[in-house]
Design a protein around this ligand. Structure first.
Ligand code: COA
Length: 258
């Protein structure tokens, strides 16, 4: 597979999937999402049982590409959100178990990618946030659906309404991650977990994953569709346009409540 944005290392029964644009803090744009969709299909064909997802450099992923979003109209923004939701839903529906190894910034779409994975381990250096509110938008890749299911509605509302950052320890306390590790221990721990999973029966792991999703923890495509509608609406407001433009122009936004 020829890849621009990711690097894959295959192991027996499991794969390491690294976001490989550290100079761009692994920001998520349409190319990343399209490539990820193809990778997920490839892992299905290869009958991979577990996948460790991590980011090269100091970020897991610093979010969706704000520069690209600043150029979108409302309809294009909705389509971007539909695509992000579809690809992250494909992780949730994938037969393999996904383990996010959150090494650094997991902001916006980066946090949502980690939330779409089945399990999350974090480095002590990891920083999480859904900071979209400060850009005049809302999470658009499933965050409004998965964060409340994982952390509970109260914490999810606090984090989504304020956009404030939360540490690996706070993520642990809220059940967003299951372990916090020293930076050098993160990948070895994630690899050991993936190896353990790869030693199980693949079809039975998949049935366990599906059964847990059916218990109400899962997100359905219609949830994603609703989020995408609201996400698109943000870009039809003056504040949405201002928030994204302000980030690109490296200044604070001036919101006018319209
Ligand atoms: N989209 C587009 N570009 C981004 C980005 C994003 N989400 N996050 C970072 N970048 C770019 C920066 O604009 C900067 O580009 P430049 O070198 O051309 O100026 C580069 O990545 C490095 O980021 P910088 O802000 O200089 O590094 P930092 O160490 O001071 O801060 C972050 C790192 C991640 C805290 C900061 O970049 C940030 O807050 N990013 C936005 C996070 C966000 O709101 N994500 C949600 C989007 S929905």
């Amino acid at each position: 597979m020829e890849l621009q944005c990711f690097q894959i290392t295959m192991h027996k029964g499991w794969a390491l999937l690294e976001m490989a644009r550290p100079d761009k803090l692994n920001v998520i744009d349409e190319t990343v999402l399209t490539e990820l969709e193809a990778i997920l299909q490839h892992f299905k064909e290869e009958q991979v049982k577990a996948v460790v997802v991590t980011g090269q450099g100091r970020a897991f992923a610093a979010g969706a590409d704000v520069g690209a979003m600043a150029e979108m109209d409302s309809q294009e923004a909705k389509q971007f959100s539909v695509l992000g939701n579809k690809v992250f839903q494909a992780i949730e529906d994938h037969p393999a178990v996904f383990v996010a190894a959150v090494n650094g910034y997991a902001l916006g779409g980066g946090c949502e990618l980690a939330l779409a994975c089945d399990l999350r381990l974090a480095s002590e250096k990891a920083t999480f946030a859904q900071p979209e509110i400060n850009l005049g938008i809302i999470p658009g890749f499933g965050g409004t659906q998965r964060l409340p299911r994982i952390a509970g509605a109260a914490k999810a509302k606090e984090w989504i309404f304020t956009g404030r950052r939360f540490s690996a320890q706070e993520a642990l306390q809220a059940g967003v991650v299951s372990q916090v590790l020293a930076p050098e221990e993160l990948l070895p721990a994630a690899a050991a977990l993936a190896e353990e999973l790869a030693g199980k029966s693949g079809p039975i792991l998949t049935l366990a994953k599906r059964a847990i999703a059916a218990s109400g923890t899962g997100v359905s495509p219609s949830h994603g569709e609703q989020e995408a509608n609201f996400f698109g609406k943000c870009l039809s407001t003056e504040d949405g346009r201002e928030g994204l433009r302000a980030f690109v122009e490296k200044r604070d936004p001036v919101f006018k409540d319209r």
